[in-house]
Design a protein around this ligand. Structure first.
Ligand SMILES: Cc1ncc(COP(=O)(O)O)c(C=O)c1O
Length: 432
């Protein structure tokens, strides 16, 4: 008899990590295990879930769409579900973003943006403008191109030979300021490195890619808005495209619909995924301006953007996305977001006084503490210990090494969110 086909789980080492928990069903902010356990999902299942697990509105929208049209090739064809999602997105994104290109997930949304940026200049006859700039501590996904623009980390280490070269510049990581200053008195000097690079090499640079205001997987690093504003100014000055990777920050995570809105910044390209379908279906989207898209519309066949995925514009994902946006329009989502932000602020104000806590950071619905650790970083020994403690106490939190963060679905109740912070406080007291 053939042995069973075993699932190879992501970011998991079978020799070191606990066996996966079987989830039977989920509802609202809770996961229900096959063993009868009830676990509060305080990280929205890798930052995707917005309006609660098994949200009945989104579930019904997908079911209705499945009975009508599940999927159709998007080259040469279109369909109502895709047209509706584009129309609904248009209301929320900066008005200069006029075109949307659908893909499969966050990584492919980033790949699309990078390739669009390079081909944009090529189509314009400026083939020398093909280099990319990215930030220290950045994370943009696990496919080869997205991994190249991501900073070096345990995730990328085995793949050095596969990563293409990019220019890496300082991030505004104020707790570990790259230029040794204090936020209270600095003038965002960390951006001067990008300024110098663009002044020297701008003619060869196609794009700067950033996670606007919040670098997620790199350690939940919150940037001052002035940093993003300055990056925008520099890109404009040197005719370099700004790619805002809003895969994590999009759809209310930072308090506004998009992080760029908080800084009044309009990027040339914007990558979306995660919350795009409310956390129900895999989907990516890359938005761009008229100026970018027009460079691909020409009598010259080779100006075509030869990129696409089998499931591009999948109708079920589009239906989920539209319903998620309808929920934003019809329910008090931004009030829920505000409540979460207030509770985070209140609890972080207490936690930051603990001697084990080096820094406390927050932006909108993301609240994080960076714990003092000799082995600071993603592989800190604290990570697995904390994770086990949290799950044992009925809360799903996946620390990024010595950084513990909370990023809950917006439907979490205030008392549930307080419980999450109680468990974090207990873990810090007990384990460190
Ligand atoms: C900012 C950012 N970009 C891109 C990605 C990649 O998205 P995906 O895992 O859907 O490929 C992530 C995933 O965490 C992310 O946080």
């Amino acid at each position: 008899m053939k042995p069973v086909l075993q699932i190879w789980h992501p970011f998991t080492n079978r020799a070191l990590d606990p066996a996966p928990l079987m989830v039977r069903r989920a509802e609202g902010a809770y996961l229900y295990g096959s063993d009868g356990r009830k676990i509060l999902d305080a990280i929205s299942s890798w930052w995707v879930n917005l309006h609660g697990h098994a949200n009945p509105r989104i579930a019904a929208a997908i079911a209705a769409q499945a009975r009508k049209l599940e999927h159709v090739i998007l080259a040469g064809f279109s369909h109502e579900a895709a047209e509706e999602l584009a129309e609904r997105l248009r209301k929320w994104v900066p008005s200069a973003l006029t075109h949307v290109f659908f893909s499969d997930d966050g990584s492919t949304a980033v790949e699309v943006a990078l390739k669009m940026a390079v081909q944009y200049f090529r189509n314009a006859g400026r083939t020398e403008k093909n280099e990319i700039v990215a930030l220290a501590h950045g994370y943009h996904g696990d496919t080869a191109g997205a991994m190249s623009v991501s900073d070096e980390s345990p995730f990328t280490e085995p793949f050095r030979p596969m990563r293409y070269a990019v220019h890496r510049v300082h991030s505004a990581y104020c707790y570990h300021c790259p230029v040794g200053l204090k936020r209270e008195s600095c003038h965002i000097e960390c951006a001067q490195q990008l300024e110098a690079l663009l002044a020297e090499r701008g003619k060869r640079i196609a794009a700067v890619i950033v996670e606007p205001l919040l670098q997620g997987a790199g350690g939940m690093i919150v940037h001052p808005v002035e940093f993003l504003q300055w990056v925008r100014e520099l890109c404009t000055k040197h005719d370099v495209l700004l790619i805002a990777d809003e895969v994590l920050t999009g759809f209310g995570r930072t308090g506004k619909m998009f992080a760029c809105d908080l800084a009044n910044v309009v990027p040339d390209l914007m990558c979306l995924s995660k919350g795009l379908t409310g956390g129900f279906m895999a989907m990516g989207a890359t938005l761009c301006t008229d100026r970018v898209e027009e460079a691909f519309c020409s009598e010259e066949r080779m100006h075509t953007f030869y990129h696409g995925h089998s499931y591009t514009g999948n109708a079920l994902a589009c239906a989920a996305g539209s319903e998620s946006l309808r929920i934003f329009e019809e329910e008090a989502v931004f009030e829920r977001i505000l409540t979460i932000a207030k509770i985070h602020a209140e609890r972080l104000a207490h936690l930051r006084r603990m001697h084990q806590v080096g820094d406390a950071r927050q932006i909108g619905t993301m609240g994080a503490i960076e714990l003092v650790a000799e082995d600071a970083g993603y592989l800190s020994a604290m990570g697995p210990k904390l994770y086990a403690f949290f799950v044992e106490h009925g809360v799903l939190l996946r620390p990024l090494g010595n950084v513990v963060y909370v990023l809950p679905p917006y439907v979490i109740e205030p008392e549930e969110l307080h419980r999450v912070w109680d468990v974090i406080g207990e873990a810090v007291e007990t384990l460190l």
